[in-house]
Write a protein that binds this ligand. Structure first.
Ligand SMILES: N[C@@H](CCC(=O)N[C@@H](CS)C(=O)NCC(=O)O)C(=O)O
Length: 217
C-alpha cells in the first residue's frame, strides 16, 4: 500500500492526488505523524515537506520526485511521453509550474486574511501572477505535448488555476488571463481525475478562504 502524508489544503497534495486518481493507483492519505512541522515528522522526512510518500521502506518527499517514482512504479496509463525530447519538454513544463507560477501565487497567501490586507500588495501580486500567465501562454503556443492526454506536468497547473480563480473572487485579485491559458484550463478540467479532485478539494479551499471574508459587525 502506498501512503501519502498530507494536509487537506496543500496545493502539492492535490497535484499528486490528480496523478494518483488518473493512474488508478490506490493510496491512503494520512496527516504527518506528530503534526506538520514536528520533530517526529522531520525524523521521517528531514525537509519537513508535504507531501511525502511511504511505500515499503521507501520514504520520499517532493511532489515531483514522488510523481516520477509513481510513473515508474505504475507504468500503466503513462503520464510522461515516450521520447526523450518530449519527456524533457514535459519536465520543463512541470518546473514552470513548481518554480515560477505557483511561487507567485503563494506570495499572495499573506494577503488572504481580511485583517491587515494591503490592497497595493494584492495589486502587485495580481500583476506578478499575470506576468507568469503570459509566459505560460507563450510556452503553450509551441508546446509539443499531445493535447488529448493528461500529463504529469498538467496536474499542478490544474490546482493552481483553481486557486488563482478563487483569489480573484475572495481578494479581488486582478488577473489578466490569456485566452490560451483559459483554453488550457478548460482542457485540463475535461479530464475526470481533474474534475473529481477539484470538486472534492473545494471544501478545503473554502475552509482556508474563510479568513478572507470581512468579519461581520
Ligand atoms: N516543491 C515542493 C513544494 C511543497 C510545499 O511547498 N509544501 C508545503 C505545504 S503545501 C510545505 O511542506 N511547506 C513547509 C516546508 O517546506 O517546510 C513539492 O512539490 O512537494
Amino acid at each position: 500500500m502506498l501512503t501519502i502524508y498530507a494536509v487537506p489544503v496543500s496545493v502539492y497534495n492535490a497535484k499528486l492526488r490528480i496523478l494518483l486518481r488518473h493512474k488508478g493507483v490506490p493510496f491512503t492519505e494520512l496527516p504527518p505523524p506528530g503534526g506538520y512541522g514536528s520533530a517526529e515528522y522531520k525524523s521521517l522526512v528531514p525537509s519537513g515537506n508535504l507531501p511525502a510518500m511511504v511505500r515499503g521502506d521507501l520514504i520520499l518527499a517532493d511532489s515531483e520526485a514522488i510523481a516520477e517514482y509513481i510513473e515508474e512504479a505504475f507504468p500503466d496509463t503513462p503520464m510522461l511521453p515516450d521520447t526523450i525530447n518530449l519527456r524533457a519538454k514535459a519536465r520543463e513544463k512541470s518546473r514552470l509550474h513548481d518554480t515560477r507560477l505557483e511561487p507567485a501565487v503563494r506570495a499572495i497567501y499573506p494577503q488572504v486574511a481580511y485583517e491587515g490586507r494591503d490592497p497595493e500588495a494584492v495589486k502587485a501580486g495580481g500583476a506578478a501572477i499575470s506576468k507568469h500567465l503570459q509566459s505560460l501562454a507563450l510556452f503553450l503556443e509551441t508546446d509539443p505535448l499531445d493535447t488529448k492526454t493528461l500529463w504529469m506536468c498538467d496536474c499542478g497547473f490544474a490546482v493552481t488555476f483553481a486557486w488563482i480563480k478563487a483569489f480573484e473572487v475572495a481578494l479581488d485579485l486582478p488577473i489578466d488571463w490569456p485566452d490560451t491559458v483559459l483554453t488550457y484550463d478548460a482542457r485540463l478540467r475535461s479530464h475526470t481525475a481533474v474534475e473529481q479532485e477539484l470538486t472534492q478539494y473545494q471544501a478545503a479551499m473554502d475552509t482556508y478562504l474563510e479568513k478572507a471574508k470581512r468579519p461581520s459587525l
